[in-house]
Ligand binder design. Sequence first.
Ligand code: NAD
Ligand code: ZN
Length: 244
Amino acid sequence: MFSEKLLLRLKHSSGLTVLTGAGISAESGVPTFRGKDGLWENRKVEELATINAFQKDPVQFWKFYNWRRNLLKDVKPNLGHYALVDLERIYPEFHLITQNVDGLHTTAGNKNVIELHGNIMRDKCSECGYLNTEINLELKEPPKCTKCDKLTRPDVVLFGENLNNSDLSKAQESSATCELFISIGTSSLVEPAASLPLSAKGNGAYLVEINPEDTPLTQFVDEQLKGKSSKILTQIVMILDRMR
Ligand code: NAD
Ligand code: ZN
């Protein structure tokens, strides 16, 4: 199932960088944004998760985010997340870049995680930037900042906003300098994350994609591992535990 080339890279690389998307959390029961899952009350997620929606209609915006938070409340990491904890143990230079906002990589036990799009289980004040982790899952109205009393929003990057510069630089650096790059469970449509695998490949990394479907990235990869992330990542860890 894995090529000789990939086995050699897995065995000898010191630097592994991984990019994950909503697909790695799908087997934990977290909906992805594609297909029928991409709708909430018949509205597109791309229209709800925007800075404009927050500013224009904070009540509706917060209804949507409170629903998403409640979906995540009892969710647990799956075997795919745990396999990435093993990979962090195995590789001396390991970087995990995620587009997910569910925090499941950290819950599973990964240490070196770059949360490119933030974390939905935290509030950030829209005025003073104060971060609050004591969130209320039974919201009656949009929450206010405990420091300055202005409206807060979830600490996620909304459509129409820029990524945190330092997170993006770290993600770009770890992509451009790794020997092996694995893209997992992302539709590879959202920039700038979608460019990270290409930058890795352009700088000499062996590029692997794990996804049950083809994506716009597939044509550029050195190796496509077509299937679910939990199964494939568990197999990779088993092989590595024998080899390294
Ligand atoms: P996406 O929803 O666009 O695509 C999900 C991808 O995962 C698809 O290509 C699909 O084929 C693949 N997939 C489905 N099941 C899989 C499995 N078991 N194993 C491996 N792959 C599987 O997700 P995206 O590319 O991450 O982009 C969506 C944006 O929405 C991101 O920016 C993210 O912040 C946000 N989002 C986050 C979460 C989360 O935190 N869990 C959930 C939904 C959306
Ligand atoms: Zn404030």
